[in-house]
Ligand binder design. Structure first.
Ligand SMILES: Cc1cc2nc3c(=O)[nH]c(=O)nc-3n(C[C@H](O)[C@H](O)[C@H](O)COP(=O)(O)OP(=O)(O)OC[C@H]3O[C@@H](n4cnc5c(N)ncnc54)[C@H](O)[C@@H]3O)c2cc1C
Length: 497
């Protein structure tokens, strides 16, 4: 089939009936559920871009194997040009959503591409796993599917491993091998956008201990597989809020969910890893499934940060405070944070490493530095919006107030900004800013930047450990050697005198 349109994506959702729970209600018509409707349309818009002559050549290509047009997310990069072709897709999708949707289809499609192109790793443990992931890659590429993923165990008792939890099936684990597949039970979090995706892929961060064999799993399933339950968090919007009042929250909310597997059967041809702690712990480091999508996250993160900085600058200008030194200092700091991420991204592409398999991997150190800095830079941008917007962020009236003739004069007089900024312009800008820095939507977007890729603290610790392996801090030895040499020379000189 190749690239889908937005309408085809929505038809796909309509054709299935996964078990979705939202606010105590079982959702039977996901396509018409107000909470999901606009975010679904935003994703459909991305699918439509694949058919837009302005974008098609930037985000899709003709697949050598099938001769069909497919998304650039399925490129296995073999050159710098391939890396750029994929970046181009990341950029188009990020710009279309202002970087506020992190789990757009490109994200997990890149993960599966990375796993499949490194199937040699799975092959070393079990040839079927390698065949399965390669077939799955072809399947999602050719059907142009949209995936969610759940790689974390529920947050029950983090001081214990999976097999030490009170209930052995709190964390998702294998129950029984059957002729037709593997029976699994337990839960995984945090499947972002699950209600409006086609399939889920399960795998895990490293950290398995001996005894955790049954939890060492990787597989993929359609979301309407019997026994699979999607429990959504409380929504940040109810789908009826106006675009005037909530220009971002009413469009880009990514629903997060817990996935509960009530004795779900995973067909053997969908199992990519099972019952092997070593393989599960090495999956991340050996298959590039952290590094390749980190490129997507970097591009998206740059867009989101730049957008927040644009909002901060426009806010300051609209109320005439950007002439103050401390405001300029803070805005300058934000612009520099954007430039830092931009430079790191370029560096990661320019220093892309070629693996022995021929695959091009954007460079690790700059990408990992982006991962370390965004959880600092993005919250800071949000803080600066709060500092500059100050009390004004809390006095915005609603669209209904603007439409009330009795209030018209007050609206026009008391809500204007500096000269040239009308009341409507100022209020819309402040509402946009509040969506980012005050609303539950904005708080989730901030929490996403901290945690979407795992715990930033442990990530940075791993980065340091890797750095230490490669860097032996030899300059310190050199300075001592030089000092010894200088001391020796001066002693010799003294002896001669
Ligand atoms: C908005 C959002 C969207 C997300 N989307 C997805 C998604 O689509 N798919 C998905 O799979 N996941 C998703 N995640 C989950 C994300 O992967 C996790 O939040 C992240 O890995 C951190 O795990 P945790 O939340 O369980 O925190 P925990 O690991 O429970 O950490 C909680 C706190 O305890 C500390 N801590 C815990 N254990 C240790 C330890 N061993 N050593 C030191 N400190 C420790 C941490 O530093 C942290 O401060 C999302 C998260 C967010 C916030």
């Amino acid at each position: 089939m190749g690239i889908r349109t937005g309408a085809q994506y929505i038809e796909g959702l309509q054709a299935r009936s996964p078990e979705i729970w939202l606010g105590g209600r079982r959702i039977t018509d996901v396509v018409h559920e107000p909470v999901f409707r606009q975010p679904m349309l935003e994703i459909a818009r991305l699918y439509d871009l694949q058919h837009d002559p302005l974008y098609q050549h930037r985000i899709t290509h003709v697949c050598e194997e099938t001769q069909e047009r497919v998304s650039n997310a399925f490129i296995v990069p073999r050159s710098a040009e391939d890396v750029q072709a994929r970046r181009s897709l990341f950029e188009v999708y990020a710009e279309a959503t202002y970087g506020l949707m992190g789990r757009t289809p490109d994200f997990l499609n890149v993960v599966v591409t990375g796993m499949a192109s490194n199937a040699w790793f799975l092959n070393a443990y079990h040839p079927d796993w390698a065949t399965n992931i390669q077939n799955y890659f072809r399947y999602i590429r050719d059907q142009d599917l949209f995936l969610t993923h759940a790689i974390i165990n529920p947050q029950n008792d983090r001081s214990k491993t999976s097999h030490e939890q009170q209930d052995p099936y709190t964390h998702l684990g294998a129950v029984e091998e059957r002729p037709d597949g593997l029976l699994v039970r337990g839960a995984k979090m945090l499947a972002t956008l699950a209600p409006i995706t086609d399939e889920v892929i399960i795998y895990s961060f490293p950290g398995f201990q001996p005894g955790d064999e049954r939890y060492a799993l990787a597989f993929a399933l359609p979301l309407d597989t019997p026994g699979l339950r999607i429990i959504c968090r409380e929504p940040a919007q109810d789908g009826t809020r106006s675009l005037f009042d909530h220009p971002l929250a009413s469009r880009f909310e990514e629903m997060d969910a817990l996935l509960v597997f009530h004795d779900v059967l995973v067909p053997w041809d969908r199992v990519f890893l099972y019952n092997n702690v070593e393989a599960a712990n090495l999956l991340y480091p050996k298959t590039g499934i952290a590094q390749q999508p980190a490129h997507q996250s970097g591009v998206r993160g740059l867009t989101k940060l730049s957008f927040a900085v644009d909002v901060a600058c426009r806010l300051a200008d609209a109320i005439g405070v950007d002439g103050y030194l401390h405001v300029q200092n803070q805005l300058g700091e934000l612009v520099q944070s954007v430039e830092t991420i931009r430079a790191l991204l370029r560096q990661s592409e320019q220093e892309a490493e070629q693996l022995p398999s021929g695959e091009w991997m954007p460079a690790y150190a700059p990408l990992e530095t982006i991962r370390g800095l965004l959880p600092v830079f993005y919250p800071r941008a949000i803080e600066v919006i709060q500092i500059i917007g100050a009390g004004g962020l809390l006095m915005s009236p609603t669209e209904a107030d603007f439409n009330q003739p009795e209030l018209q004069e007050d609206m026009e007089r008391y809500y204007v900004g500096r000269e040239g900024v009308s009341a409507t312009e100022r209020v819309r800008l402040f509402k946009l800013a509040w969506d980012l820095c005050g609303e539950a939507f904005g708080q989730r977007a901030l929490q996403y930047e901290r945690y979407y890729t795992g715990d930033p603290i442990r990530k940075r610790a791993i980065f340091y450990a890797n750095y230490k392996k490669q860097t032996h801090f030899t300059r310190v030895d050199q300075v001592f050697a030089e000092a010894d040499h200088i001391m020796k020379s001066s002693q010799q000189t003294e002896t001669l005198q």
